[in-house]
Ligand binder design. Sequence first.
Ligand code: HEC
Ligand code: HEC
Ligand code: HEC
Length: 160
Amino acid sequence: MPVRAFHFLFLAALPAFALVYTALGAPPAAAQELPSSRVFVPAPPKGKGDKCIADKDFMRRNHMKILEHQRDQTVYDGVRIKRTSLKECVACHVVNGPDALPLTSESPKYFCRVCHDYAAVKVDCFECHVSRPPVAKAAGLPAGEKERDALASFLKEGRQ
Ligand code: HEC
Ligand code: HEC
Ligand code: HEC
């Protein structure tokens, strides 16, 4: 099946997840009426842009399913969907440290960790995946020779 068809199927499945969630998992009305200030929820730093790839509440509850779904498609079927890739999460959810450079998942202030530390969730994702966008792009620093060459040929290809 072509990648676009997968993409379509995946996007089409998102509202279905939401419906299933609402039907099975939504808290009873009474719980929803509690003033939100009484329910402690960690406040992770806001991502870039005005919205996530899906509704914020949906993301809170389902981001792990989205990531697992995407990983299975990539690893087992060789399908790569840019919009839901972990690289994209990391790029939009970059948090800068005091030196204005993006923090890595080593920092407790790292986007994913603000919640995970609170909820005592541990993920091993960043043992293999890089946890921040490429430095040259993120910070506009003078890159090393190799990186400059790669950047130059990338820009050249982009113009063709
Ligand atoms: C285009 C930029 C962008 C991308 C790509 C993106 N996000 Fe987001 N994300 C945001 C923004 C902006 C918000 C805050 C939305 C709001 O306040 O309504 C957000 C919110 C969230 C939240 C809820 C945070 C909270 O405050 O409760 C989670 C969880 C999340 N994103 C995870 C992910 C994951 C996982 C991925 C990759 C699959 C991803 N995001 C990709 C921009 C992005
Ligand atoms: C042992 C190393 C390893 C660990 C740990 C790991 N991954 Fe991956 N992951 C890979 C490799 C290798 C690929 C395939 C990369 C490719 O072909 O693009 C991949 C692909 C993915 C993809 C699809 C490609 C992309 O960029 O979106 C996602 C999503 C993903 N992994 C999420 C996760 C998440 C979430 C975790 C943690 C729960 C995790 N991975 C842990 C090695 C790892
Ligand atoms: C709004 C808070 C919040 C943010 C932000 C957040 N997570 Fe989570 N995440 C959770 C919670 C809570 C769980 C545990 C859910 C459960 O156990 O049902 C979880 C679970 C996961 C799991 C499944 C772990 C397991 O052992 O089953 C993965 C994978 C994951 N998150 C990846 C990420 C990544 C990658 C990011 C950053 C891009 C991220 N999360 C950001 C709250 C968050």
